[in-house]
Design a binder for this molecule. Structure first.
Ligand SMILES: [Zn+2]
Ligand SMILES: [Zn+2]
Length: 101
């Protein structure tokens, strides 16, 4: 893991704990209470977290459009979120900003 990755991860950890994000993710989930990917397959699964479609990186970490725009957010269940991040990315976070390994 390089320095750059770690920087973005530390930022993400702080970000997911921030009041602004907790508020945003809560209101987004109230508007989208079901996992959007399951829903597309006709399944009704309660969303457990709000995912950033464009993942947070060191380059975009201060971009409010990435962090807080509904366009970049997606309500997901834990399974779909795991699948989303099962690629080459090592860091996964739950709603509380805890690292999922
Ligand atoms: Zn799902
Ligand atoms: Zn995610």
């Amino acid at each position: 893991m390089g320095q750059r990755t770690r920087g973005a991860r530390n930022f993400a950890l702080r970000f997911y704990k921030s009041k602004a994000w907790k508020h945003k993710s809560k209101t987004y989930r109230q508007a989208h209470p079901l996992c959007e990917r399951c829903l597309a397959k006709g399944l009704y699964t309660p969303a457990e977290l709000v995912h950033h479609k464009k993942h947070i990186t060191e380059e975009n970490q201060y971009d409010q459009n990435i962090l807080f725009s509904d366009e970049n957010l997606e309500s997901l269940c834990r399974k779909c979120h795991g699948e989303e991040h099962s690629g080459n990315e090592k860091a996964k976070f739950d709603m509380e900003g805890r690292l999922i390994l």
